[in-house]
Design a protein around this ligand. Structure first.
Ligand code: CUA
Length: 326
């Protein structure tokens, strides 16, 4: 082998080995081959489909790689001259029929399986009205707003009753951009599209689940995280009843989930520094700013209720004079 070719071959071998070895570490850090643990019926069905498809792709992968290695070894040049031609073969009807029919059958099997599984992923099970809750999920630059059946609102933390069907109505305001709502433990991602409602559901045991935005939606897309807190029904009922009154807890969520995505009190961030700004205590000025936006700032509160604005000012007025920290 000429030395240039040999050096190239060795370099390729070395890089591939390093790449393969680091894959192991990367997989371990990611929690392995499967998507995250399933905590809702939809996620279980997605898992089943994932494993089913993986069996075929795994067999094909191993088969193709084994044949590749076998051919490299078996048909290597050896002592033949570099210019020697191999035998010329024309057509093999039997082989051609096999490599057409087998993939068609595999695709048909996978397709049938997925189409049988899909409807139960999209359709919410028929549960008694008392065991169902419907929550509106609205993606906005750069926060998630949740509206409960009694009108209560929360920002970036969705509270839901445990072990009951929770219908999600996912959308975005017409003046906003496309976002994507994803709770990995509950299954697939759902686009939050301005003016269109996408529906899905979950039924999860009590626990805290991570959610995030999965559609590049602007400068703070990466900060669009949310939490789903699944709690016993009584606790959920108490939460929505109390939250319907607005108050400091809502104000703090708005400050942290909406303002602080782009602003800090003590220094300029994506937007200007806010500490000491008299606007923070001025209900009217805040309303004009949030409803209309200004410069780079989107109209983050265009459709906010008076109660939402009151809650925000009640919380932010403390920062108007002192500046505070955080
Ligand atoms: Cu919202 Cu990315």
């Amino acid at each position: 082998m000429p030395s240039g070719v040999r050096r190239f071959a060795l370099a390729t071998l070395a890089t591939s080995t390093v790449a393969l070895l680091t894959t192991v570490a990367a997989y371990a850090g990611n929690g392995g081959f499967l998507p995250g643990e399933a905590h809702s019926p939809n996620a279980h069905r997605v898992h089943t489909a994932f494993i089913f498809v993986s069996i075929f792709t795994g067999i094909i992968f191993v088969g193709v790689e084994a044949a590749l290695v076998l051919f490299i070894v078996k048909y290597r040049r050896g002592k033949r001259p570099r210019t020697a031609e191999g035998p010329q073969i024309h057509g093999s009807t039997r082989l051609e029929i096999i490599w057409t029919v087998v993939p068609v059958v595999i695709l048909a099997v996978i397709g049938t399986f997925v189409f049988i599984k899909l409807p139960s992923i999209t359709d919410a099970p028929k549960a008694a009205a008392a065991d169902q809750t419907s929550i509106q999920i609205s993606g906005r630059q750069f926060y998630w707003q949740f509206t409960y059946p009694n009108g209560a609102i929360s920002i970036d933390t969705l509270v839901a009753p445990a072990d009951q069907v929770v219908n999600e109505r996912i959308s975005a305001p017409t003046w906003d951009v496309i976002h994507s709502w994803w709770v990995p433990d509950f299954g697939g991602k759902y686009d939050a599209i301005p003016g269109k409602v996408n529906k899905t559901w979950f039924k999860a045991p009590a626990g805290v689940y991570a959610a995030s935005c999965y559609e590049l939606c602007g400068i703070q897309h990466a900060a669009m995280h949310a939490t789903v807190k699944v709690v016993p029904r009584a606790e959920y009922d108490a939460f929505v009843a109390q939250r319907a009154q607005g108050g400091a807890a809502l104000g703090r969520e708005e400050w942290q989930g909406v303002c602080q995505k782009c602003h800090r009190l003590d220094h300029a961030y994506i937007g200007p520094k806010l500490g000491g700004n008299t606007l923070l205590a001025d209900r009217h000025a805040i309303e004009v700013l949030l409803r209309g936006g200004r410069g780079q700032m989107p109209a983050v509160g265009k459709d906010w209720t008076g109660q939402q604005l009151d809650a925000l000012v009640a919380y932010t007025k403390q920062f108007a004079k002192t500046g505070g920290s955080g």
